[in-house]
Design a protein around this ligand. Sequence first.
Ligand code: ADP
Ligand code: MG
Length: 438
Amino acid sequence: MLSRSIFKRLSKNLLSPRVQARVQTRNLAIHECYSHDILRKYGVDVPRGAVARTGDEAEKVAHNLKTDDLVIKAQVLAGGRGKGHFDTGLKGGVRIIYDPIEAKMFADQMIGHRLITKQTGAAGKPCNMVYVCERKYIRKEYYFAILMDRQNKCPVIVASSQGGVNIEAVAAENPSAILQRLVPNKPTLDTRIAKELVDELGVSPQCKAQAVDTITKLYKVFNDTDATQVEINPMAETTDQRVLCMDAKLKFDDNALFRHKDLLALRDESQEDPDEIRASRCGLNFIKLDGSIGCLVNGAGLAMATMDIIKLHGGEPANFLDVGGSANAEAIREAFGLIVKDPKITAIFVNIFGGIVRCDVIAQGLISVVSSMKLNIPIIARLQGTNQEAAKEVIANSGLRIFSFDELDEAASKACRFSRVVEMAREADVHVNFELPL
Ligand code: ADP
Ligand code: MG
């Protein structure tokens, strides 16, 4: 059992909100061009444009748009494309261009390369297609988003008259410029609320009616598609007094995708982490994090608590990994495979609760996996529940260097201590033998 003081400290949510959000929600995100297609279907105004997968296609699309005022946009699932750069050095994932030949030229330089933005990390994301659109002349840029507010169990509209590429800076430096409004969980948005928002944002009088109409339709998209996010940045007022959704980032609730097969078909796995995809195919819930202690746990709640207690003892979890209820040898083998791929790993903490599945069976699975892998990483195991004593005996008799503990606190503290030893040894280039078997 956890001591009372530890329980109190755990309940303070030691994991950062970013990590918690990643672990708790796995929402499908789709490319801007597909988001625009959905908005068009709902009668929302977006720039004319089409997607291209080669330079020649980009030239054709540009030609068909019958204008020399064009924009070419890298389709990668990340914000901040405009200010990003490609691994080739090419600047900008959003470029203004003036003729179809330029569309081909830029498409050739974008497709097949990785775009690095503030949101992608240093590795960037692959650009496999571009979106060629007509260029619109923007007079004013707004930020407009409808999000599902999990805490309040209703949608929240977040909007600002200072939209565009620097919305993060506005949020940090001038939060009062961002308005937030919880709205009732209904299929349609009350026109009164839409009108109030448009007034508060200071939309120009000529654009007000269309802005109200756009916001109402965006809400309908949000509701009909079970979205968790409809983010338009910028929502623009153009010089010809139109309201246009220039950029759109839509995300959908994974739990509702069974009724949106058409949306599921828009998933682009090239934008996701290959290990996380492999894990989900094996029924594992796996998310990579920045730390060094690999965690292998059954049950999402226990996984969160394990990560929290590691942090409490000064360690950093390298991943969230829920092997599911059965925790059989196959799942454990896959899980170990994923964990040890990460060169940062300094310890593996196995924290399994044996309910219907018995601890001694799990221990045997663990031993068979560990003995077949040549690991020089300390393994700390806490197997609690049905047949836990037998499990301990199995581990003790295995001759393997698996460190077994009963208490979560002690096990986590040892995992952190071993991890530090390995870290220090690596820094000093000293060999500490955790190799298995003994
Ligand atoms: P990101 O948010 O990923 O940087 P955006 O689509 O928002 O990408 O594009 C960045 C900026 O480029 C926008 O804020 C807008 O000013 C400009 N822009 C985008 N699309 C168009 C367009 N069709 N016409 C004119 N300007 C555009
Ligand atoms: Mg944008």
